[in-house]
Design a protein. Structure first.
Length: 218
């Protein structure tokens, strides 16, 4: 019985095509930011300083924060609408403390956040949720573009632009350390404002209560 050559070679062509598709190299940007996502999810502490650039071009620091998982956090917020008055807040093992710049004493009461939602997820952006929260969606419909090598605080890092669509302007860009895969600088566009997040003291930040912050009921 004669066997058609086409019938014999067709399965080989299908197998070869599959092997070619399966051997296609994965997106290096996606793999690096997945490693970075895992690194920040495993982080136990960090410091985040947030700067915003207003439409006038004027930059301003709006928040300084420290997270010490699972139940300690310190945050200094700058209230621009109240003539840049600062508010300092500390959550310490189940107790919340706060003090405004023009008030002499600290106020305290039981805290409701323990542990903090950042623990196990990493720092949050001001408007758009946790860093890398859209990573899988971007991998499907957008693109992650490698940028230049930079240096922050003595740590070498590589910039990665994360765009929601191919060829689009990045939603955010992260300078990620090529050794521990943790981000050191992140720039974002949120609600038409440009933010810069400076991230430091990964796994080395400690939150303590200042000596003058006594437990005074609200």
């Amino acid at each position: 019985m004669r066997i058609s050559r086409a019938r014999f070679f067709l399965p080989l062509v299908i197998v070869a095509a599959c092997l070619g598709a399966c051997s296609h190299p994965p997106d290096p940007g996606y793999l690096e930011l997945k490693r970075s996502q895992e690194a920040i999810q495993e982080a136990t502490s960090w410091q985040s300083d947030v700067l915003v650039k207003y439409p006038t071009g004027q930059p301003a620091i709006i928040e300084l924060s420290k997270v010490d998982c699972p139940g300690r956090m310190e945050r200094v917020g700058i209230l621009r609408e109240m003539h840049n008055i600062s508010v300092r807040e500390i959550w310490l093992d189940g107790t919340y403390f706060n003090k405004t710049e023009n008030v002499a004493v600290w106020v305290s009461h039981p805290a409701s956040l323990n542990p903090f939602p950042e623990c196990g997820r990493g720092p949050f952006m001001i408007w758009d949720g946790v860093f890398y929260g859209d990573l899988d969606q971007v991998h499907t419909t957008g693109e992650i573009r490698r940028g230049k090598t930079d240096n922050y605080d003595g740590v070498s890092c590589i910039w990665w632009d994360v765009a929601p669509a191919k060829g689009a302007v990045p939603h955010y860009s992260a300078c990620v350390s090529d050794t521990d895969h943790l981000p050191r600088l992140v720039t974002t566009v949120e609600h038409d404002l440009h933010y810069t997040y400076t991230l430091s003291r990964w796994n080395a930040t400690v939150v303590t209560l200042p000596p003058e912050a006594k437990v005074i009921p609200n």
